[in-house]
Design a protein around this ligand. Sequence first.
Ligand code: NFE
Ligand code: MG
Length: 489
Amino acid sequence: MAQKVLAPVTRIEGHLSIETEVDGGKIVSARTKGEMYRGFENIMKGRAPMDAARITQRICGVCHEVHGIAASRALRDLYGVEVPPNGAMLIDLILALHIACDHMLHFYHLSLPDYVDFAALASFQGPDPALKRVKQWVAEKGPALLAPKVQGDYIAEPATALPLLANYIEALEMVGLGSSALATLGGKTPFCHTIFPGGVTTEITEDKLAKISSIADSLYSFVVTAYIPDVKTVCRRYPAYFTIGEGYHNLLCYGGFSSLGSPLFEAGVIIDGESHPFDAGAITEDLTSSFYKGNGATEFRKGLTEPEPGKQGAYSWIKAPRYMGHPLETGPLSRVYVNAGKDDRFLKLMEELEQPKERAFSTMGRHLARAAEAAILLEFAQQVIGRINPDEPTIEIVDLGKPVSGKGLGLSNAGRGELLHYVEAENGRVTRYQCVVPSTWNFSPRDGAGRPGPVERALEGTPLEHGDGMVEAGRVVRSYDPCLACSIH
Ligand code: NFE
Ligand code: MG
């Protein structure tokens, strides 16, 4: 059996390597390795609780709003504060706009290079000014800039590749536009500084709402006319990826976006295809294969975070979250699949592509679910904008300097799945801080029972047909939108 190490697999944010065993041209076993330590949970010890909202937000520059929001939710629980309706709506609006833009960034800028040979640009003769500019720029810098970096079966014919490249450029504009809405709501972006445990300090005016609504319209129109059709183009071109990257049929959704009354996403868990109600108390983290002191599984509230580099039997700095002992996948697929009874547009897209529902658990299923979720979130954003009342308060003020003691749990959502922050404090100082992060679930290593993490499992069976297999393995891994900076935090 041949051993292969594929690294780095992430295009941004951290150091993920994949160690595989290959037999008969297929991966038979894989290990996902988070290769660095950061220690945000330990950094928080002894600090004022409010620091969590600002410090943990810096865990990641890609999902740059989500940790601040999850931390604020944990602090809200710790301080026992009620957020006024406007505040809850503004936080949901920030999160919805951020996640929708994060999905575009993931598909166009982090995933398309796995499928499209952008060197097709050399043959471009048309009038599109953006493509002309890029062609000129590439001519000056050298054509190697656009050539695929690993061997693979890319879309190379200009008739298909060039429209995708044009939308890659347009998506940069869209993410920028989304950022300007986030800056309006958050004071700046990345890392908005208007969110507090009691709500949002942003002054809301009709002008601002009109501007944000117009941006949400532009983003929605791009999702419907470009993003979803482009994902379908890639799906039709690579139908085998509806069976590659299957993984467990286990999904985790905390629910969320509840500021309008009933939640946009209901909470739910699927294990081996069976639905279960969600209970945070069933979450553990297993340290058997992770470079931290301790072994086996512990309830997440009691998690240990003391590093032990070189620990016997360990191979990753990522911990292994489990739910009732099971490895669960989390992400847009988990949210839209668990909620397919409320909004079936993801399943409709599967039908349009003539794919049975079970193939949702696949590389292409994840891309399609992400695009469907972008549309769902932007429709929700418009509903929220219509309900915010500029004459009502956006925040309940709480004395953040008081010597608070207690515990706080923040369940939240991020682009890559479900996010949990947990804080314990005594006399106004943090005594314990725990984050259980989407990419920690997805990229977890083996647990004490020897069960592979979700991505490790999804890689099993992947046929490696080009070069060193980086293109095929990379497609499976990137369907989860990996962020190693988050996963190890
Ligand atoms: Ni750094 Fe993050 C998101 C969080 S990933 S990207 O989305 O939380 O696990
Ligand atoms: Mg953690």
